[in-house]
Design a protein. Structure first.
Length: 113
């Protein structure tokens, strides 16, 4: 390989091209690309931002209060929240926690009365 081809291979890798694409473009094997450029660096692990936490009892009370203040049945509330009636009932009883409770509380405020 010429120095120009090696430089081209480095540029292609920096642009995110796969080693197979680089090999095909330069007319060499993928193994040769690995020999020249080394293995690709490992991608850093994705870090999820921490979720806003709401105590289950606070969420249960807020959901029931929101529903009753609007005069909604559990099935009507379920339809508005795009979940099943069973899910609304279990949230209100605190049986199942809601992993997105903070987001749900904010969304409930946005729904029409």
């Amino acid at each position: 390989m010429t120095p120009h081809q090696i430089t081209s291979a480095h540029r292609m890798r920096l642009k995110g091209r796969s080693d197979s694409d680089i090999a095909a473009q330069l007319g060499i094997t993928r193994q040769r690309v690995h020999q020249l450029l080394g293995k690709r660096p490992a991608k850093p692990p994705k870090v999820k931002p921490p979720r806003e936490t709401v105590a289950p009892s606070d969420f249960s009370a807020a959901l029931r209060g929101w529903r009753t203040s609007r005069g909604l049945s559990q099935s009507q509330a379920a339809r508005l929240l795009c979940v099943t009636t069973h899910t609304v009932a279990s949230w209100e009883q605190g049986v199942n926690g809601c992993s997105l409770a903070g987001a749900m509380l904010k969304l409930m405020d946005l729904l029409p009365e």
